[in-house]
Write a protein that binds this ligand. Structure first.
Ligand code: UDP
Length: 253
């Protein structure tokens, strides 16, 4: 082996030993894929996000991703007004499948193996969700993208993320947002707002701080699955969290 490759491989081994979380569930909202566009998938943005994930996967971190669909369709949005709610929600779930396929494609274009597992059967385009297979893929170092939310109307992809995170025995749920954590007030409106470094689930509830939707939050709390809220658009933020740096907000039991 050439000395440079030996050095890189040793460096990665040392970094792997310092990673704080070995298996994570990353929740990406549909909106995080839009970039500056008014809707849909922005290729440059998705490539930037996927590169961040690749960085930690290369350190040996096992990554499951739950992706939302709000950039394309939401069951509770104006577009769906006067529609039957369950039908609109199925459309929303199908939007998440489109995002999942785009993510898989982006991962593979960077040479990172990825699999899509859908909670709704669509066997021509994605495997149907199966827990043992998903765990096997994670152990093999493949990124597993969970599509179609929970497969049920009236839920959200935040809840799907909590569910898959608990089922996959993840060490942490990483909630990617456009803000670098949970603040005492809205930092866009109040310049004196301060970021919480850590918070307990109880504090978040008592202070009425919105971390995830109530069902997802309750499930994480009950399963003792801690949450880190961080800014996915900040370069290196994901890796910083994984390496235990002061990044984002940790919500814990
Ligand atoms: N959805 C659903 N059940 C689920 C997950 C999602 O019905 O388990 C539907 C729902 O209509 C939702 C849409 O899919 O509005 C997109 O998901 P979400 O709003 O959670 O996406 P995000 O806000 O993360 O982009």
């Amino acid at each position: 082996m050439r000395p440079i490759y030996l050095f890189v491989s040793l460096y990665k081994k040392v970094l792997h030993m310092t990673v704080k979380y070995k298996r994570i569930l990353l929740k990406l909202s549909g909106e995080s894929l839009m970039g500056g566009d008014p809707f849909g998938i922005n290729r440059e943005t998705i490539m930037r996000i996927v590169s961040q994930v690749k960085e930690i996967a290369d350190l040996g971190v096992q990554v499951g991703v739950v992706v939302g669909g709000g950039n394309i369709f939401r069951g509770v949005s104006g577009q769906a007004q006067s529609m039957d709610r369950a039908t609109a929600d199925y459309m929303g779930m199908m939007a998440t499948v489109m995002n999942a396929l785009a993510l898989k494609d982006a991962f593979e274009s960077l040479g990172t193996k990825a699999r899509v597992q859908s909670a709704l059967s669509m066997q021509q385009i994605a495997e149907t969700y199966a827990r043992p297979k998903a765990i096997q893929y994670l152990e093999e170092g493949k990124v597993v993208i969970f599509a179609a939310g929970t497969g049920n109307p009236f839920f959200t992809t935040d809840t799907a993320a909590a569910l898959r995170g608990a089922e996959m025995n993840c060490d942490i749920m990483m909630k990617a947002t456009n803000v670098d954590g949970v603040y005492t007030a809205d930092p866009k409106k109040d310049p004196s707002a301060e970021r919480y470094q850590t918070l307990t689930f109880d504090e978040a509830l008592n202070k009425n701080l919105k971390v995830m939707d109530a069902t997802a939050f309750a499930l994480c709390r009950e399963r003792r699955l801690n949450i880190v809220v961080f800014d996915i658009h900040k370069d290196g933020a994901l890796k910083n969290v994984i390496l235990g740096a002061d990044e984002g907000t940790l919500v814990h039991n």
